[in-house]
Design a protein around this ligand. Structure first.
Ligand SMILES: Cc1cc2nc3c(=O)[nH]c(=O)nc-3n(C[C@H](O)[C@H](O)[C@H](O)COP(=O)(O)O)c2cc1C
Length: 292
C-alpha cells in the first residue's frame, strides 16, 4: 500500500464512486461494508447517535447480499487503484466460506471476516468470542479462497490474545483489532435508549486506548500482521498504533468528524515523523514501543 491508512468497514463502503473518491483522497486500501449471503435490511432508525468523543451505532448489518454485490466488486476492481478488501459475515462456517469464495472470484484482493459485530444475533461477535467456532470459520474460509484472509476481532472479550492466537492458528493472514465496543446511549427526556436496537457499538476517539491495548497485547503473542482500528483521527493516533505493533490502520468515524482529508493528513504526518526521527520506512517503527 502507498499509505498505511485504510478505509474501515461500514463507513461509506458500498458505492464504488464513493470508494473511488476515498482512494483518490489518499486511502491506502478500501474495506467494503460487511456483506452476507442474503440481502439484509438492518434496523429501523435511529441507528447512529453521536456521544462524547465518538458515536454509538447499531445499523444491523444492512447490505445488498453477495449476489448483488459481486457486480460492485467487479466495478470496484476496474476503477480502484488501491487494494479492495471485502468484509463478510455469515451465520455458519459454510456461509462465511461461500460468501468469501464469491467475493474472491469477483476480484476481491482480500477478505476480512467480521466475527465481531456487537449487535446482530448469531453472527459477528457471537462467533468471534468463541475460539472453537472462530477456528472452524477461519479454516473453512482459508480452504475456500486463495486471497489473504483478515480476521476482525472484537474488543468485547476477556482475552483478545487467546482469540487472536486461535484465528492465527486456523490460518488467518492478518488480524484487524478491533471492532466497536458494546455501548448504549439513553435520552433523558424520554427515559429510553436512543437507538432502535437499544444497544450498539462505540467508535471514535473514546475507543482508541482500548483498541490500542488490543494491538499491543496481540503483537507480543501473534506472528501475523495486525491492522489497528479504533479512533484513528490524526497521524499521531496512527503512529501510536504502528509503535504498538500494527503495520497499518483503518479509519472510520474520523471521516465524519475530519472529512476525507484525514487520509492525506495521516500519511503526510507519518512521513514527516519518520523523517524527523531518522527512519526510512513505516516498517522501521512497527512495534517499537515494546523495546525494553
Ligand atoms: C456506522 C458504522 C458502521 C459500521 N459497519 C461495520 C461493518 O459493516 N462491518 C465491520 O466489520 N465494522 C463496521 N463498523 C466498525 C468499524 O469498521 C470500526 O471497526 C469501528 O468503527 C472503529 O473504528 P473508528 O473508531 O475509526 O470508527 C462500523 C462502524 C460504524 C461507525
Amino acid at each position: 500500500m502507498d499509505s498505511p491508512a485504510m478505509l474501515a468497514s461500514g463507513i461509506l463502503g458500498y458505492v464504488v464512486e464513493t470508494m473511488q473518491t476515498i482512494a483518490k483522497n489518499g486511502a491506502g486500501a478500501i474495506v467494503s461494508k460487511s456483506i452476507g449471503a442474503k440481502p439484509r435490511k438492518g434496523y429501523a432508525n435511529p441507528t447512529i447517535v453521536q456521544v462524547h468523543c465518538g458515536m454509538v451505532n447499531a445499523l444491523g448489518l444492512p447490505n445488498p447480499g453477495i449476489e448483488e454485490f459481486v457486480g460492485e466488486i467487479r466495478r470496484a476492481k476496474q476503477v480502484l487503484d488501491v487494494p479492495f478488501v471485502v468484509s463478510i459475515y455469515g451465520y455458519s462456517a459454510e456461509e462465511y466460506a461461500e460468501v468469501a469464495k464469491k467475493a474472491a472470484r469477483a476480484g476481491a484482493d482480500a477478505v476480512e471476516l467480521n466475527v465481531s459485530c456487537p449487535h446482530v444475533k448469531e453472527t459477528g461477535s457471537e462467533i468471534g468470542q468463541n475460539p472453537q467456532i472462530l477456528m472452524s470459520v477461519v479454516r473453512k474460509v482459508r480452504a475456500a479462497v486463495r486471497v489473504p484472509v483478515f480476521v476482525k476481532l472484537s474488543p468485547n472479550v476477556t482475552n483478545i490474545v487467546e482469540i487472536g492466537e486461535s484465528a492465527s492458528r486456523a490460518g488467518a493472514d492478518a488480524l484487524t483489532a478491533a471492532n466497536t465496543v458494546r455501548a448504549i446511549a439513553i435520552d433523558v427526556e424520554t427515559g429510553m435508549p436512543i437507538l432502535s436496537n437499544r444497544g450498539g457499538g462505540l467508535s471514535g476517539p473514546s475507543v482508541k486506548p482500548i483498541a490500542l491495548r488490543c494491538v499491543y497485547e496481540l503483537y507480543e503473542r501473534v506472528k501475523v500482521p495486525i491492522i489497528g482500528c479504533g479512533g484513528v483521527t490524526n497521524w499521531q493516533d496512527a503512529t501510536e498504533y504502528l509503535l504498538a505493533g500494527a503495520t497499518a490502520v483503518q479509519v472510520g468515524t474520523a471521516i465524519a468528524t475530519e472529512g476525507l482529508g484525514v487520509f492525506e493528513a495521516i500519511s503526510t504526518g507519518i512521513s514527516g515523523y519518520l523523517r524527523r526521527k531518522g527512519y526510512r520506512r513505516v516498517e522501521d517503527i512497527v512495534g517499537l514501543s515494546h523495546r525494553s
